[in-house]
Design a protein around this ligand. Structure first.
Ligand SMILES: [Zn+2]
Length: 274
């Protein structure tokens, strides 16, 4: 593989002596996609698959460097920046998702792949690694560690998987939380704010892993709530997608993933032309 894009950054999030949690974040202009590895004593659990093929490959190389088998790969929701990048790199891995996400990806995945390949060529993986295994909300012990799987509705996407690791004090929130990154907003954010406030209130978790941006703590939730209010305010004051984008960039000049605004703002302003 030749690297065409700047490299992703790797973070060691937590090591409790038994379990390690690692995060790989793509560069800020490349969506700052955050994907995670829960390193159990004798296996790896992975969460989310990047957008660009190169970062899918870098994520695979990071997993392989830990020299343990990948037993499960969870895809949290059906946005392409969470599954397109993993197609070539994780073709041999069992992929899990909520049942409605499996159905959605079976329908929309092939078209999404073809469209993005036409737009971006070899930056996009050659094939899909679609989920085949359904995850249902509830608790499960995997490799001696408790996992709590939750379905959240009406946030950044209609349905998304959130994974809690109570023994590690970690919530893998993915796109429920954007951390110093522009959020993907296609309509009302009221349901999303409700979920963020619930997340802010739960006891026993001090690390929140976002789907975009670096590993965070609960203060990032407060910032995300302010951001959603600010974006709503700017939306109500903007005449079109371009004005909206400029105002949001001016309000948050240092935020990652500005490209997301270009992708979602036509949807937000009701001119879906694709
Ligand atoms: Zn995303």
């Amino acid at each position: 593989m030749t690297n065409q894009l700047p490299k992703a950054t790797i973070y060691m999030v937590k090591d409790n002596g038994n379990v390690k949690v690692h995060t790989l974040v793509s560069p800020a202009p490349m969506f700052a996609n955050a994907t995670h590895i829960i390193e159990l004593p004798s296996e790896l659990i992975l969460v989310d698959g990047q957008f660009f093929a190169q970062y899918g490959q870098e994520f695979r190389a990071m997993a392989d460097s830990l020299q343990k088998p990948i037993s499960r790969f969870y895809v949290t929701h059906d946005h392409p920046d969470h599954y397109l990048g993993m197609g070539d790199a994780f073709a041999d891995v069992k992929v899990y998702a909520l049942p409605e996400i499996i159905s959605s990806l079976l329908v929309h995945g092939p078209h999404e792949l073809q469209q993005k390949q036409q737009q971006m060529g070899s930056l996009i993986a050659g094939k899909l690694a679609l989920p085949t295994e359904a995850v249902e909300p509830g608790e499960e012990i995997i490799g001696g560690t408790r996992f709590v799987f939750e379905r959240v509705l009406n946030t950044e996407s209609p349905s998304a998987l959130v994974i809690k690791l109570p023994e590690l004090g970690i919530v893998i929130a993915q796109d429920v939380l954007y951390h110093n990154a522009h959020a993907f907003i296609t309509g009302s954010v009221e349901g999303w704010k409700t979920v963020l406030k619930e997340l802010r209130g739960i006891e026993g978790y001090d690390i929140v892993l976002p789907g975009h941006g670096t590993p965070a703590d609960k203060a990032a939730i407060d910032n995300a709530l302010v951001y959603l209010d600010k974006s709503s305010e700017i939306f109500s004051e903007s005449n079109n997608a371009e004005d909206y984008k400029l105002a949001l960039l001016a309000a948050y000049p240092s935020y990652a993933a500005a490209k997301l605004i270009d992708i979602y703002s036509p949807i937000l302003f009701g001119s879906q032309e694709h």
